[in-house]
Design a protein around this ligand. Structure first.
Ligand SMILES: Nc1nc2c(ncn2[C@@H]2O[C@H](COP(=O)(O)OP(=O)(O)O)[C@@H](O)[C@H]2O)c(=O)[nH]1
Ligand SMILES: [Mg+2]
Length: 415
């Protein structure tokens, strides 16, 4: 097929300059580099050809047309990764890592994604699955050798040791403050405070563009507006909210409800005040939400003389969205908090809710097993099978028993 497009097929993995011709007409389309990767030593495991062209629109269109006459079609989204997965070249976590790498907007996200694409989670979860299989084998051995008390007791003790260590490792991995997930999704900062204190102006100043409506009429920001920022390599999502206050019409009340909701989901709340106005309190719902809170006294350009001191022992920063005073310090502080919370470190981290659910399931099964093993050997063995399946769900490793079970459960009993 390739020969009809570009003459001799080059040696695998060596670049060759070729004239590319339309198979239907023989007309020269372009001259470019052909790279041939023979399966199974390719990304997907199949034969793969890469054609490097002059990237003009007509050149690309003509080559695509030429390829379509050779029974080729455009790949579906994710099809290469999918084929690589189906051919056992990568597992699901690596496929997800590739997707994250493509979507990475900041340096810290890139670091995390490239590690996952390179298999850190694959190795970790596969290793754990192996441990479960070892414990299963030992448990079986303990049952098989139940008439030889020493052997059985020894196998059983070793199985227990493995499961205890594994349950603790999974628990520690789960208890990570969701750092990997937050890094993947973005560190959430919410601007909240009374109307007119300058929240929308601050968002614009932080985003260095006019992302939110700024107006001197109270209650203008009725919905929630978000900007995604790259602060020193960390993904930070700043949301501007409607002013929190008692009065207002229905739409504004809805905006206020959303502001409190946002604040509850935030990693950091910036409670903005007008430095020339009243020192209002942070509402209890927000204080109790668990996010870090920084008081931001805005409009310091209007304050002559002494600045109001930070109240309630809370961290207070003085800024002016209008003049830009203090904004550098605010940005540095947000970036520092994001770094503390989500900076990648050397140990592999959970990155997706899908993994978290399966790992919680796995830990539960391991704990059930430990509670069950002296009571009912059959149920205890089933707990281990479930734990191994939970881990297999993350990596996409198919448990043969599960597949066989699925196929044969559709047969009639006795057939
Ligand atoms: N002098 C001064 N005015 C500001 C500052 N920040 C905002 N404003 C003004 O305060 C008013 C309300 O700002 P806005 O951002 O809409 O407040 P929001 O209701 O909290 O979103 C507007 O007239 C802004 O121009 C500031 O740092 N200094
Ligand atoms: Mg506003």
């Amino acid at each position: 097929m390739l020969a009809r497009l570009a003459g001799d097929v080059p040696e695998p993995r060596s670049a060759a300059l070729r004239t590319i011709r339309h198979p239907a007409t023989g007309q020269e389309i372009d001259r470019g580099i052909i790279l041939f990767f023979a399966g199974p030593s390719s990304f997907t495991g199949e034969d793969v050809v890469e054609i490097l062209l002059h990237g003009g629109r007509a050149v690309v269109a003509s080559v695509l047309d030429a390829l379509s006459t050779l029974q080729c079609r455009l790949a579906e989204p994710g099809e290469f990764a999918r084929r690589a997965f189906e051919n056992g070249k990568i597992d699901l976590t690596e496929a997800e890592g590739i997707a994250d790498l493509i979507d990475a907007e900041t340096e810290a996200q890139r670091v995390q994604a490239v590690a996952q694409a390179g298999g850190v989670l694959h190795r970790l979860y596969d290793g754990w699955r192996n441990d479960v299989l070892d414990a299963m084998a030992l448990t079986e051995a303990a049952i098989d050798f139940s008439d030889e008390a020493d052997v059985a007791a020894d196998a059983s003790a070793r199985a227990r040791e493995i499961v205890v260590a594994l349950a603790d490792a999974v628990a520690a991995h789960l208890k990570d403050g969701r750092r990997g997930e937050i890094l993947r999704d973005g560190f959430r900062v919410v601007l909240a405070g009374a109307p007119n204190v300058g929240k929308s102006s601050l968002l614009n100043a932080l985003a260095r563009r006019d992302a939110a409506i700024v107006s001197s009429e109270a209650g203008t920001t009725r919905d929630v507006i978000e900007v995604r920022l790259d602060l020193e390599g960390f993904p930070v999502i700043v949301s501007d909210t409607a002013g929190i206050r008692e009065a207002g019409g229905d739409i504004e009340r809805e905006g206020i409800r959303r502001a409190i909701e946002r604040g509850r989901e935030a990693d950091l709340v910036l409670w903005v005040r007008d430095a020339t106005g009243a020192a209002d309190e942070v509402p209890r719902e927000l204080r109790e939400a668990g996010a870090a809170i920084i008081l931001v006294e805005n409009k310091v350009d209007l304050v002559a003389g002494e600045m109001r001191a930070g109240a309630e022992g809370a961290e207070t920063l003085h800024v002016s969205a209008a003049s830009g005073a203090g904004l550098g310090g605010l940005v540095a502080r947000i970036a520092m908090l994001a770094r503390e919370r989500i900076a990648p470190n050397d140990s592999p981290v959970l990155t997706q809710a899908r993994h978290r659910e399966a790992l919680e399931d796995c830990e539960r099964c391991l704990r059930d097993h430990l509670g069950q093993r002296l009571l009912d050997a059959e149920l205890a063995a089933e707990d281990l099978r479930r734990a191994s399946r939970a881990l297999g769900r993350i990596t996409g490793a198919v448990d043969p028993e599960e597949v066989l079970g699925r196929i044969f459960s559709r047969f009639c009993i006795g057939k």
